[in-house]
Write a protein that binds this ligand. Structure first.
Ligand code: GLY
Ligand code: MN
Ligand code: MN
Length: 437
């Protein structure tokens, strides 16, 4: 787990960047499942990254220019009766003693105390895109401070998005973070390997989901990092299929996209394999094409390479293969430029991975690429999805019946290392030989 010293170091790094500003972060609200029943609480990842504090109704303030209170927490106060219902709270004292706040207050004192930490700041760092209710609170304080600015001649004259400061930090993982990510990856690998053994014609998709998620919790994970996708037959052509209620048939491919969270860091793995032990010739052809695209894309993961190279490499392999099979025709450069492959491949080849499954971090700076650097973790997940209902596109060949209903994705989690990369999820088999029996 992340120790207090690492949290402190993260806060110091943030504060060194915001200098004369004040940064404000709001904890995630509770999410309602139905009526008065709530989902299990998941802290906002920015808030968690900076504080380790895992309760709702909290606000963290970073004011490096303040003489004593550089890190302030507003929290729910101790309340034995409420705690009996909803769980223990750290309270105001715990916020200081356990979480290292220089000062802490009950959350209901926010309106009274927050202005003190804003009125000398040159700007506020805050992300306006997350919590509309808290946006109102913050904007109210900002307006008041601007109204009284003439009296003081100090105060925040702008709000800058905290993402721009914090997310480059989150994008590059520390050794401790990588330990948690490796653990999430290892548990997810074991779950996938077990699922491959367990999945047989006659089983239901939900039985496989249950086996996978059982392993996630049994091994100490927080649970699924995202709703597990267990998609057999034509369901594999639906990118976010989560009903998971169909019975597997001999001859089906089964696409499983599942990963666990461990210490709130996520894994994200997809494998596609024949449930009856043999690919049909068409399934095998498409599978080998996706695998080749994935291997070539992974080979581009190395420091200094543009992030976009990974996607571009996968797309080129897929398009060339689809052309060779007569599923696309025309000029390869035009097909790529105009994205005419999208009826078969409609998503990007991956994303950053970390505290969020689709983790934070910039992919491209306008015309300038984001260059890969050691410590970043990304997924590489090309696919081909030939929907049973695929529409014919003008100027493109009609899709033969034999290809329809084949959906394949192969996804691994890849760490950028000083020498290249390491596939954290390599221990789930993906060669054709290893998947057939
Ligand atoms: N499972 C979500 C994704 O692959 O992006
Ligand atoms: Mn996935
Ligand atoms: Mn993914």
């Amino acid at each position: 787990m992340i120790n207090p010293a690492e949290y402190r170091q993260r806060r110091e790094q943030l504060m060194a960047k915001i200098g004369s500003g004040t940064a404000v972060f709001r904890s995630a609200p509770m999410a309602v499942m139905h009526n008065d029943v709530e989902y299990a609480y998941r802290q906002d990842s920015d808030f968690l990254y900076l504080t380790g504090f895992n309760e709702a109704s909290a606000v963290a303030v970073f004011a490096p220019h303040h003489e004593e209170h550089k890190f302030v927490l507003f929290v729910q106060p101790k309340d034995p009766e409420k705690e009996t219902w909803h769980g223990y709270r750290a309270g105001v004292e715990g916020a200081k003693e356990i979480y290292g706040a220089d000062e802490a207050y009950p959350i209901n004192e926010l309106d009274e105390k927050l202005p003190k930490y804003l009125e000398k700041a040159e700007r506020i760092y805050y992300h306006l895109g997350r919590d509309r209710v808290f946006n109102e609170t913050l904007l109210k304080h900002w307006q008041r401070l601007m109204a009284t600015y003439p009296k003081r001649g100090t105060g925040p004259t702008a709000i800058e998005d905290s993402n721009l400061i914090l997310h480059p930090m989150r994008l590059v993982k520390s050794e401790t973070e990588l330990e948690l990510m490796r653990k999430a990856a290892d548990i997810s690998v074991d779950a996938h390997n077990h699922a491959m053994e367990f999945a047989k014609p006659g089983r239901y998709e939900y039985e496989i989901q249950a086996e996978i998620e059982h392993i996630f919790r049994l091994r100490g994970g927080n649970g699924p990092a995202y709703p597990s996708i267990v998609a057999s037959g034509r369901n594999s052509c639906i990118l976010h299929y989560i009903e998971n209620n169909r019975q597997l048939q001999d001859g089906d491919l089964l696409l499983i996209d599942a990963g666990c969270a461990y210490g709130y860091y996520n894994a994200d793995i997809t494998r596609t394999f024949p449930v009856g032990g043999k690919f049909t010739p068409e399934q095998k052809t498409i599978y080998e094409l996706v695998l080749e695209a994935q291997l070539q894309a992974i080979a581009e993961v190395k420091p200094g390479n543009p992030y976009s190279k990974v996607h571009e490499t996968a797309v080129r392999v897929l398009v060339k293969g689809l052309m060779d099979l007569g599923l696309l025709c025309g000029d390869i450069e035009e097909i790529i430029k105009e994205e005419k492959y999208k009826p078969f491949y409609m998503h990007r080849t991956g994303h950053w991975l970390g505290l969020d499954v689709h983790d934070v971090g910039v992919y491209q700076y306008g015309e300038n690429p984001q260059l890969l650097q050691p410590g970043q973790v990304l997924t590489v997940e090309p696919g081909i999805y030939i929907s049973p209902e695929i529409k014919s596109v003008e100027g493109q060949p009609e899709v033969d019946q034999k290809w329809r209903g084949i959906g394949i994705r192969i996804e691994d989690d890849v760490l950028v290392t000083p020498d290249g990369h390491q596939v954290l999820t390599a221990a789930v088999p993906k060669s054709v030989e290893s998947l057939e029996w």
